[in-house]
Design a protein around this ligand. Structure first.
Ligand SMILES: [Zn+2]
Length: 318
């Protein structure tokens, strides 16, 4: 008999990650494609990837995590890093093409659900997730649930203003946190201080070699990171902060300086009572895995909830 599978996507500004998992949440296959411009081409690309990922199995659910502000009824209100999708109903459009309901949420909300179910935040009731990529995404885990807010738009810390009148942000305002502490911000700092040769992974590689100038850039970056994280901790008093996105892979390098700045910025906490800051267990895959989990839970609920996908998909991390 053909096995039942669950498909999840993480739609970012430049690429789509797709994953297919078995009933226990174990990864069977992954796929990566560039993100096309426009809602109709995006829906077409997701349908095509679903067909390719589902080959040889029987997909029963599809979940999509998308960068941007997603309403409770699955509409994209604004997605600064995607082109021509604002206002689009991606979930219904894809669901009509595939002939099955599609689960849709913000991509970091999806990642946080996976981290709570099977990743770094397993067993955590109150936590914060911060995803460091082109921008900064976020999610609040409150009393064991991901906070959606009154309309689904909660958890966008990248656009907290941390410097009034500061640098220009893609959202149209000035001084947002993601202009100072995202992966793109680290790139900009490295190029400004150290020149074009230090773009991208070169700055972390140089810091690993012990180069003083590269370590100074990382220290300043960690300071801005700690400003935002300490604000989030003052608001929500989490047990844990999970770092996701591409920079989570360099967390061992950033952790000591971030902890140093956190100690100075976070009031009312001793070294023992400060929240732990840990990297995601699935790195860039956690949002796609969380989207697959959200779709599987929706499928399970539609069947009457007897199968308990939340526990079932808490399988081995990849
Ligand atoms: Zn902004």
């Amino acid at each position: 008999m053909t096995s039942v599978t669950h498909i999840g996507f993480d739609v970012g500004g430049t690429k789509i990650f797709g994953v297919v998992t078995d009933h226990d949440g174990a990864v069977q296959r992954t796929l990566r494609e560039p993100t096309p411009d426009g809602a109709v081409p995006l829906i077409g690309a997701l349908a095509d990837m679903t067909a390719r990922l589902g080959t040889g199995s029987r997909p029963v659910s599809v979940g999509v995590g998308m960068a941007g502000l997603i309403t409770l009824d699955g509409r994209v209100t604004v997605s600064p890093n995607l082109v021509d999708v604002d206002g689009a109903d991606i979930g219904s459009g894809l669901g009509d093409l595939l002939g099955m309901p599609v689960f849709l949420d913000n991509e970091v909300n999806c990642a946080a659900r996976w981290e709570m179910s099977a990743g770094a935040a397993r067993g955590v009731r109150n936590g914060v997730m911060v995803s460091l990529g082109t921008g900064i995404g976020g999610a609040f885990m409150l009393n064991g649930e991901v906070l959606r807010g009154s309309g689904g738009l909660a958890g966008e810390p990248g656009h907290m203003i941390v410097e009034a009148g500061g640098r220009q942000c893609a959202c149209g305002r000035r001084g947002c946190w993601e202009v100072y502490a995202s992966g793109s911000a680290l790139d900009r700092m490295a190029v400004e201080r150290l020149g074009e040769a230090c773009r991208g992974p070169a700055v972390t590689a140089a810091a690993r070699e012990g180069e003083v100038a590269a370590l100074e850039v990382l220290d300043e970056f960690a300071y801005w990171l700690a400003i935002g994280i300490s604000n989030l901790c003052i608001l929500t008093d989490p047990e844990m902060v999970v770092i996701g996105g591409g920079l989570s892979e360099d967390w061992d390098l950033l952790a000591p300086t971030t902890d140093k700045h956190m100690a100075a910025l976070l009031i009312g906490r001793s070294a023992e009572s400060r929240p732990s800051i840990v990297p995601s267990k699935a790195g860039e895959l956690s949002a796609a895995l969380g989207a697959a989990l959200g779709g599987a839970q929706g499928h399970s609920a539609a069947l009457g909830g007897a199968q308990g996908h939340s526990a079932a998909l808490g399988g081995d991390s990849p």
